[in-house]
Design a protein around this ligand. Structure first.
Ligand code: UGA
Length: 436
């Protein structure tokens, strides 16, 4: 690797930046990570990992000789050949992506002596690359190549996704920059797709929108299943065997959450609206997804008669298992709705670190599933944590005031739960009543 090892400055020490930095160091490159959050940099300098991502801590530790963490942008770009922009692009009030952090990184690149390429990994609206190009030219960096290299890594398996990608997308108008990025990723197996910058930017938005649409589609089918007596898990299994469709992202549930699908689908919708086009399919996807946790509360209310003064246990809080991320988690909407209906809440999650604000400031956190269930009138499985598969539900049933379970992830076998004494509601499946 030595000969082709490069100096890379990674801007942003969030999920994407840290995984990118750790993986590039693993490939033999020297990486300086710059973030504006001093606590985050302090932790990283001390060898701690400020986020939970499987395999990340090990990779950072194994390659610590090749990794530097700094608050100082000038230090990051000093010897850098390539600047990788991995900062967040949160939504503004209009739903557009806020690119201010991207622009401040571009500003900090002025005068970088060794820079040969600037690469944006952050998810950005189509057309951003053209604007970055103009900004680089204005900063005296017209000799520096530009590329869009969107990320397709999912939280919880980001390291594996980075090192074994389905595809590597390189968007650039400059053949030398395309070759540089291919060299940078030497050692990574996966097909490389090289294209113009705008198309690469669109690949990212289209991929996430299509995945979100697939989830929403199966959630809509689930609702029809509930009305007609079909079982959405059976339907998804058989539909998914069609190789043209595939089984992935056909798990009905409480709706998609996280830092990506909600934000990116709104950003794509805003982008289309800004050019005068109403992206009707995406409008429907976003609307249905917003309804999904509300429908769950409505069904639970119908089952219990009222939610007022009912004690509900929320099992799982993160937006999916395998992460500590609470961003746009359906659990937050569920908790707020349940409190608004007058319920009291206990909650359990092995990883979540929710802010001490509404609604979580009003929910009692419990250390174990069984403790959360004790005295509950009903429980909702919100996140598909494996601990829930290992729970002794038969014993737990005796600890609950009434054994009502809403399986929001279709995690458990509803017939087995009915046999264990539960009334089991699930998404897109008939409600089971206790069989003993
Ligand atoms: C997603 C994409 O999967 C990544 O490819 C992409 O790079 C990333 O966004 C991003 O843009 O950064 P992530 O948000 O980490 O990754 O999580 P996913 O595993 O895709 O799950 C997203 C949400 O959809 C979760 O709330 C999950 O519970 C839900 N989901 C997923 C379902 O409800 N049903 C499914 O069948 C699959």
């Amino acid at each position: 690797m030595q000969g082709s090892a490069r100096n890379i400055a990674v801007f942003g020490a969030g999920y994407i930046g840290l995984v990118t930095a750790a993986c590039f160091a693993h490939l033999g490159h020297r990486v300086t990570v710059r973030d504006i959050q001093s606590e985050r940099i302090r932790l990283l300098q001390a060898g701690d990992v400020p986020i939970y991502e499987p395999g990340l801590g090990e990779l950072l530790a194994e390659n610590k000789e090749l990794l530097t963490f700094t608050l100082d942008a000038a230090e990051a770009v000093n010897d850098a050949h390539i600047a990788y922009i991995c900062v967040d692009t949160p939504p503004t009030a209009s739903g557009d992506a806020d690119l201010s952090r991207v622009w401040s990184v571009i500003d900090s690149l002025r005068g970088a002596a060794h820079l040969t390429a600037v690469v944006v990994k952050s998810t950005v609206p189509v057309g951003t690359g053209a604007r970055v190009r103009t900004a680089l030219d204005a900063a005296g960096l017209s000799h520096v190549g530009y590329a869009s290299n969107p990320e397709f890594t999912a939280e919880g398996r980001a390291v594996a996704d980075f090192l074994h990608p389905d595809r590597l997308v390189i968007g650039t108008d400059d053949p030398a920059t395309a070759q540089l990025l291919r060299d940078l990723h030497a050692g990574i197996d996966g097909p490389v797709q090289t294209m113009d910058v705008a198309s690469a930017e669109m690949v990212k938005l289209a991929s996430n929108a299509l995945l979100a649409t697939k989830i929403t589609f199966i959630n809509e089918i689930a609702t029809v299943c509930e009305a007609t007596g079909a079982d959405v898990t059976r339907v998804a299994d058989a539909v998914g065997l069609d190789h043209r469709l595939g089984r992935h992202f056909l798990n009905a549930g409480l709706g998609y959450g996280g830092s990506c699908f909600p934000k990116d689908s709104r950003a794509l919708r805003a982008m289309a609206s800004n050019s005068g086009y109403s992206f009707q399919l995406l409008n429907a996807v976003i609307e249905v997804n917003d309804l999904q946790p509300r429908r769950a509360v409505q069904r639970l209310k119908a089952e219990l008669g009222t939610l007022r003064d009912k004690h509900i246990a929320l099992l799982g809080m993160t937006f999916k298992a395998g992460t500590d991320d609470m961003r746009e988690a359906p659990s937050t909407v569920l908790a707020s709705r349940l409190l608004a209906e007058g319920a009291t809440l206990t909650c359990w999650d092995p990883m979540a670190r929710p802010a001490h604000t509404q609604p979580w400031s009003q929910a009692e956190r419990r250390n174990t599933v069984t403790e959360a269930l004790t005295g509950a009138d009903a429980a909702i499985i919100v996140t598909e944590w494996p601990e829930l598969l290992d729970t002794d539900w038969e014993t737990a049933q005796h600890l609950m005031r009434t054994a009502v379970l809403f399986d929001g992830r279709n995690l458990l076998d509803p017939d087995a739960m009915a046999h264990a004494g539960y009334t089991c509601l699930a998404v897109g499946r008939a409600t089971r009543r206790p069989t003993r």
